[in-house]
Ligand binder design. Structure first.
Ligand code: DC
Length: 659
């Protein structure tokens, strides 16, 4: 994961190279939904519970923190295992101020539990949490005598909770068409009342599989909810949670969706371990959706595997009410399908970590899709060919699933994902796992000194391999030329960086144009060469050109020449070469080129100029030219171009053979 280069740039992002193929096995992190349910139930139960394979993430950390503030003993046994000392239904701490971040599972269920447990509590979260509705749950709890006040807006957190008044109500009417977490929270809290209580669901109940998870989790702790379909749920008098001893958390089915999608789109096979098609987690049904689109899905006891089917995936229309999270993955898989995909009945997207309908629509459009955003559905029409996907910088809206589902677009284009650390909400090492099962478009990086012949060598290597070629120096030269034409001083860092960011360039074969004009010769003048070296030393300019350079990395491969190809722009290059020659030989070569073009020049002046440029390129503070230890040194002082090319191709071949 990269921080922007240079002091001026504070944006956090990760650049994903285009992915050629994906295969392998991923051990899934524990399910967020199950982890947070089991933590709360273990805390409420009598007895000690060992929770294994628990998810380590922001959302579970918020729950653990809150429970500890309430006086629950929670001791780590390993990175993903904890011992919870149950409090037997009443928390030792009766007064607390709990901050729950943006963890909906923790906020909703703790609201219900604390409202019925008694005590004086304040519950708050991040600003977005305060925009996520909770009124239907509060209305339900108030029917049971709960004392809950809104501290800010009516119907939204933060909340003040005080001990419930006496209340004999035996039936609660609850709306759960905005979030199933309201029913989940209420059901988990009901055993604290001690008397028989029935919840009657008013209107539609959304995301039903999550309620199944709740019932199953409660059953593991000894409380059987009596149910009548999806309408009535009754918790009997005298129900109380008892620790089952040791409990294992299943892998997260929503997290599985990204890897299954990788296998289905790219060929695969990609296998996820820790979950099976029999799981109660609704999001395992995402695998069925992939199968309908044409992927091949196989599964076993504790794994699911996805492979591409015989043809391209086909767009589908699907009611995703039961799988709102995996539905986001479906919307990005749509980029690779033939024809449109409609994801329907997902109004709840509007009140999640962000307004996911608006966010998905705007980011999918950046990549070149045509998107229809409805009140409760989204329709995605991808470009006619996968090659039509455009490199883009994707915003993540403080939403972990935006970052994860858009990573799939890397199967069709290089892309940048802003603020990628949002994944820590549920999957802190997501991008490392993604990297481990994907193979990126390969790069050969050829760095070296000015006029060392690296451009000629690199472009011939590209031709021999049938790969793309990036002359990164040309981008600095174009920036210098464009700045000169716009009368922006080469020392004006912000001014030149703005020009670099919006450079209107086209590389067609070996023809380079700026705003439609062929500038192949103009950028090679001695004056622009000096200007390029100056602007290249400005950190903001380098940052502005970074993603533009990475976007050249297209299948089947890229040969890139410059100063920092192997060190900064493509640090994962398969082969890195540092190419140089003595100053005298370089000056002679440059002299010959200029004479051929009819330009007069003196070898002595050229030598001096080259020495100065070497000095500046290697002494600057950011991305200095250097022969790093992982690069092969190629000194061409006494080599012909053909033998230099042959040497590079030989190195490339050796790496390919290794593997
Ligand atoms: O390779 P070239 O001579 O066309 O490069 C022009 C200038 O741009 C040169 O002074 C070094 C700079 N440059 C750079 O700093 N980083 C690169 N990757 C490529 C070129």
């Amino acid at each position: 994961m990269g921080r922007g280069q240079g002091k001026e740039v504070s944006v956090d992002y990760i650049d994903l190279p285009q992915v050629l193929s994906a295969r392998g096995t991923v051990r899934l992190p524990g399910s967020k939904s199950i982890s947070n349910r089991l933590l709360l139930l273990a805390a409420l139960a009598s007895g000690e519970t060992e929770l294994h394979d628990l998810l380590a993430s922001d959302d579970t950390a918020r729950m653990i923190e809150a429970l500890r503030s309430l006086g629950v003993g929670i001791e780590p046994l390993a990175e993903d295992a904890f011992r919870v000392n149950g409090v037997g239904g009443s928390f030792p701490v009766r007064q607390a101020d709990l901050f729950l971040g943006n963890a909906g599972t923790a906020f909703r269920s703790l609201t219900a539990v604390l409202a019925l447990a008694g005590g004086d509590y304040r519950l708050s979260g991040v600003p977005r949490m305060h925009e996520r509705p909770i009124g239907d749950l509060v209305d339900g709890l108030r029917q049971l005598g709960a004392g809950i006040r809104y501290l800010d807006g009516e119907g939204f957190p933060p909340l003040r909770i005080s001990s419930p008044g006496p209340c004999a109500a035996a039936v609660v009417r609850l709306r759960a068409d905005v979030s199933s977490q309201f029913l989940t929270g209420l059901l988990m809290a009901l055993p604290l009342r001690g008397v028989e209580t029935t919840v009657e669901v008013v209107g539609e109940l959304i995301s039903r599989p999550y309620v199944e998870l709740t019932l199953a989790s409660m059953a593991r702790f000894g409380v059987q909810v009596i149910r009548d379909g999806w309408r009535r749920f009754t918790v009997a008098a005298g129900s109380a949670y008892r620790s089952p001893g040791i409990v294992h958390v299943e892998g997260d089915a929503s997290s599985a969706s990204y890897f299954l999608a990788l296998g289905a789109i790219s060929g695969g096979p990609v296998r996820v371990e820790g979950v099976s098609l029999d799981s109660l987690q609704g999001d395992v049904r995402f695998a069925d959706a992939l199968a309908v689109m044409g992927a091949t899905i196989t599964s076993g006891d504790n794994w699911i595997e996805a492979t591409a089917g015989s043809g391209r995936l086909q767009g589908i229309t699907l009611d995703c009410n039961h799988i709102p999270d995996a539905a986001m993955t479906l919307a990005t898989v749509a980029l690779f399908a033939e024809g449109p995909t409609s994801v329907r009945n997902i109004a709840s997207w509007r009140v999640k970590e962000t307004d996911r309908l608006a966010a998905m629509a705007s980011e999918l459009r950046k990549l070149g899709a045509t998107v229809e955003e409805g009140d409760d559905h989204i329709r995605v029409l991808p470009p006619a060919s996968i090659r039509g996907l455009r490199p883009a910088a994707i915003d993540t809206y403080d939403d972990h699933r935006m970052a994860m589902c858009f990573s799939l677009a890397a199967l069709g284009t290089p892309l940048r994902i802003n603020e990628p650390k949002v994944v820590s909400k549920t999957f802190p090492d997501y991008f490392e796992r993604f990297g481990a099962v994907t193979r990126a478009v390969p790069v050969v990086a050829i760095d070296g000194t000015s006029a060392s012949g690296k451009g000629t060598v690199a472009s011939r290597v590209a031709d021999a391999l049938g790969w793309h070629y990036l002359d990164s120096g040309a981008l600095y030269r174009l920036t210098a030329l464009a700045a000169r034409r716009a009368a922006v001083d080469w020392h004006d860092e912000a001014g030149v960086a703005a020009i670099a960011a919006t450079l209107d360039v086209a590389f067609a074969g070996r023809v380079i144009s700026l705003a439609g004009e062929d500038v192949g010769d103009a950028i090679r003048s001695e004056e622009i060469s000096a200007g390029a070296s100056l602007v290249a030393a400005l950190p903001a300019v380098r940052a502005a050109l970074l993603f533009r350079q990475r976007a050249f990395r297209r299948p089947p491969g890229l040969v890139a020449d410059g100063r920092d190809m192997g060190s900064v722009v493509f640090p994962d290059s398969m082969t890195k070469v540092f190419l140089t020659a003595s100053v005298e030989v370089r000056a002679e070569r440059r002299h010959k080129q200029l004479i051929e073009k009819g330009i007069a020049a003196s070898i002595a002046a050229l030598s001096l100029d080259l020495r100065e440029r070497d000095e500046r390129d290697s002494q600057r503070s950011v991305a200095p030219m250097q022969h790093s230890a992982d690069a092969e040194l190629l000194d061409t002082t006494n080599l012909t171009i053909a033998s230099a090319v042959a040497q590079v191709l030989d190195w490339v071949k050796k790496v390919s053979e290794r593997g």
